[in-house]
Design a protein around this ligand. Structure first.
Ligand SMILES: [Zn+2]
Length: 249
């Protein structure tokens, strides 16, 4: 079976692995731009892993609800995992097996899925309600998700450009880079294109744009910035709710 990738808007993705494992990353399905969120949430009966990059509500999203219902295990850094448990994520699904930290790799399902935590330059706090004091959630992360017989995917999380992104590809040949381009809270198109230069993926998929008016970066502007730099990464722009097939290298 081929790997499939679904984009729900913002930084939320579903990855269906070659062996049928279902992974959700930053699962904010009930965002302002994904109209079929209710149906999709109901259809998510089987989820193996929920991976979260940092504690902001547009990334934790519907993780607690989905985790409780599907019994998916929570993949996050130590501090973030503890913070999400305070929101109600079952603690028995957030144990040491799926909790790690920067530079570490979790080897899951006998090596079918390997997740490495890499740095990101952003914030990370969990808020229970808008007026409640934020709960400490450590430092934000990017995730390198390596699938056996499938692609290796780098989800940048929310971040600025930083030169150490080049170290990601020293240890992992990245097939697909999911990169934030929306500006305002993260890199915009120009800085994201520089990030692509550092990581040198086979293909790049933009995310974290268009959800709110302030996220002004567009795929067209990003494409211009990639072309200006003559980068050979193939740009793939996904529609919200779309599922695409992914190739292993
Ligand atoms: Zn965000």
């Amino acid at each position: 079976m081929e790997t499939q990738l679904t984009w729900y808007g913002q930084s939320a993705f579903k990855i269906l692995t070659p062996t049928g494992k279902v992974l959700l990353v930053d699962p904010w399905l009930t965002n302002p731009v994904f109209e079929k969120a209710k149906n999709e949430l109901a259809a998510l009966e089987h989820v193996d892993l929920i991976l979260v990059t940092h504690g902001h509500s547009d990334h934790v999203g519907d993780a607690v609800e989905i985790g409780k219902r599907t019994r998916a295990k929570l993949v996050a850094t130590f501090d973030l995992s503890a913070a999400i448990v305070t929101l109600g994520y079952p603690s028995d699904l957030a144990d040491m097996e799926t909790t790690g930290h920067m530079g570490g790799t979790l080897t899951l399902f006998g090596g079918e899925v390997a997740v490495t935590f890499v740095p990101a330059w952003h914030g990370s706090a969990v808020s229970k309600e808008e007026t409640a004091p934020p709960v400490y959630a450590g430092t934000p992360a990017g995730l390198v998700i390596a699938l056996r017989d499938g692609p290796t995917i780098y989800h940048t999380g929310d971040t600025d450009l930083f030169s150490d992104m080049a170290l990601v590809s020293r240890f992992h040949k990245i097939d697909t880079m999911l990169v934030c381009i929306g500006d305002h809270f993260t890199m915009g198109p120009a800085r994201a294109a520089e990030a692509v230069r550092l990581v040198n993926p086979r293909e790049v998929i933009p995310m974290h744009y268009g959800t709110f008016p302030v996220l002004t970066g567009t795929p067209a502007a990003f494409e211009d910035e990639l072309k200006k730099r003559k980068l050979k990464a193939q740009l793939r722009v996904m529609k919200i709710g779309e599922t695409i097939a992914m190739r292993a290298r």
